[in-house]
Design a protein around this ligand. Sequence first.
Ligand code: GLU
Length: 517
Amino acid sequence: MFCVLRKVCWRRPGARRGVCTRHPTPAPRVRFAPSPTGFLHLGGLRTALYNYLFSRQRGGAFLLRLEDTDRSRLVPGATDDIEDMLEWAGIPPDESCRRGGDYGPYVQSERLQLYSQAASTLLQTGHAYYCFCSNQRLDLLKRDAQRSGQVPRYDNRCREVPPEQVQQKLAQGTPCVIRFKLDSGAEVFQDLIFGWTRHDPAAAEGDPVILKADGFPTYHLASVVDDHHMNISHVLRGSEWLISTSKHLQLFRALRWTPPAYAHLPLLLNRDGTKLSKRQGDIFVQRFREQGVLPETLLDIVTHAGSGFSDNRIGRRLDELVCEFNISKITTHSALLDLDKLDEFNRVHLQHRIEDEEHCAVLLDELRQQVLHTHGSRISDRSVLEPHYMQRVLQLRKGHVCSLRELLDHTHTYLWIRPKVTRQQLQEVSTEVDDITAAVMQLVASSGSFLSTEHLNSELKLIASRLKNTKYSGAMRVLRLALSAQQQGPSVAEMMVSLGEQEVCVRLQKALEANTP
Ligand code: GLU
């Protein structure tokens, strides 16, 4: 088993040296801890992926924990979507609600007892207190602060409630929450990405609620309790949580637990520097999947934005991401996600799939379904549904198309359906239609089979050079029209190789014979 040295550093301001303890720990345990308040989006996928890469590289475990304590914001279906999308992306958790594991339950609403135990411990040791302030009082504090242009904060009044009064109020069943006593003075800690970091939560906010009136914990308590009980060694999460980390470290210390190491990932932004918003609706993983984006494309593109690699080449697959990932290469500046490059990434990854026998078999199946779905009854020659035909199409089109769906657009209809073209249409392009088609049919008859597009290209050039009144481009327009009824598309040679000799002859013949469309 791989073993890492975990370094936990504490340093108070003014102290000469931080307390550095080195614990030999087993392989790392990391977690992705989304709130099921929405479906999995690219920001979440990036956090999950970096956790996955970190754990795989060190032979550790990657777990999925659902942080569902904010009951009012739960979105139906989000829990399933998150795990479904991780599975689809090829980065399934080792432990989760669905998969089980030794540290469950993996959803916070089923761990309430652990949080109330921790809150009791904090009450007993004087690190927490009951707060009986009414909502009206808290609203008043908020409004007063806003009126004087200050950030609203709780004034810690209930810290001072005498113990007898607390007991009395509890006995009377007065609604209350539990708050954590923040230490004043900033503690510095070493983030694996941001380096030495310092935040003084007590300077910015009042004592935070850790257990709400309904018995549910707030995020801060729940995440600390779970990171401890789930034996999490490294927390890799978005940098929006960096300023909360001091608070988490205070909680760990108050509970006398060893904190994990922290690594905060830079913010993920749109290419124009705006916040990657879930509300735009177009960053949900599910949406990309529906659009035919390959999972490896999404993984590759989010690592381009998030850094963590020595170079930025396109086309890294998951095993390569695992090998090449280097946490020390993650930068602190915001990462810009360039979704305009999605097609380019997908083209490269689709090509990889086509070149891989196992993946290609799946693609053939998908393509067949899609062709049937799109063109169905209009397909006159069923042999276009044969694997050997489709395989040839994929081999010829790889590196040109970005998705299978592209093979169904109008420029590719000729692959599946015979075009309707008339002799007259061809004659509008050239006066030598008969010479051109006759020469091509003779080529087909003599060669028996098309060897390659290169070979055909030179043969077509030769045929065109023998024409009296038609240039090479004109001859190609005639052939393109006869074979596809299109003015644009793949090269004529490629069209001929995909269609096969017999079909080329049939189409040329039909076009010559047809006087009406
Ligand atoms: N539930 C938090 C979120 O959705 C997790 C933060 C953390 O990883 O600690 O962002």
